[in-house]
Design a protein around this ligand. Structure first.
Ligand code: G3P
Length: 220
């Protein structure tokens, strides 16, 4: 399973890149707005830090506008994935940009039917938003299970399932259990994956006992 981080905060990205566990980054207009910085500059910086795909989202609503914006974003770096919304125009833009060998991430996916359309449009990635579905009383993970099952039926569907809108480690665990290709998560959720109180407790006990021996590994 690949891990992407869902942020446009370059300091967070640099910090987490050092873990060696980050395979890509996803951004959206809200995350870019939060930085207060110039969109293209932020994307260029992220692309220089991360080798894997970096999603940058278009803001036009019509297909020709999305294609133009997508071509401009694509020029920033080879690892830019152009993010388009799951609308009829977004899927037209997906088809056109994919035909130009641009990676396209189709975002704001909330149903299996929409995920089928994204695969048929040649998307490199489809982003089902599990947290936002859960927020309205839906079942985000049931959607992931449906998409995994459907895509597995067709060798021609090469779109990777990029589980988005992740809120907590259980979303990551369930996505992995279901065989989703990628989980994109906020930095805090990735850091939470390390945590277990028994790890901290066990380590403290080991170190207490070790201190009693008076030994040092490097001096033995
Ligand atoms: O970047 C897309 C998605 O991950 C957004 O998540 O937390 O705003 O629902 P969230």
């Amino acid at each position: 399973m690949k891990f992407f981080i869902d942020t446009a905060d370059i300091d967070e990205i640099r910090d987490l890149a050092e873990t060696g566990l980050v395979d890509g980054v996803t951004t959206n207009p809200s995350l870019i707005a939060k930085t207060g910085r110039k969109f293209t500059e932020v994307v260029a910086e992220i692309c220089a830090v991360i080798d894997g795909p970096v999603s940058a989202e278009v803001t036009a609503l019509d297909a020709p506008g999305m294609i133009n914006e997508g071509r401009k974003l694509r020029q920033i770096a080879d690892n830019v994935a152009v993010k388009v919304p799951l609308t009829p125009d977004g899927l037209k833009a997906c088809k056109a940009l994919s035909a130009e060998d641009t990676m396209v991430n189709v975002t704001l996916c909330f149903s299996a039917a929409q995920a089928i359309l994204a695969a048929k449009a040649g998307a490199a990635f489809v982003s089902p938003f599990v947290g936002r579905l859960d927020d309205i009383g839906g079942d985000g993970m049931a959607l992931i299970a449906d998409i995994v099952e459907i895509y597995d039926n067709y060798a021609a569907f090469t779109t990777e399932i990029l589980v988005a809108s992740i809120r907590h480690p259980m979303h990551v665990i369930e996505a992995a259990r279901l065989g989703a290709h990628i989980a994109t998560m906020p930095p805090a959720a990735l850091r939470q994956l390390y945590d277990h109180p028994l790890t901290d407790k066990g380590l403290a006990a080991f170190l207490d006992d070790w201190a009693k021996t008076g030994q040092s590994i490097l001096e033995s």
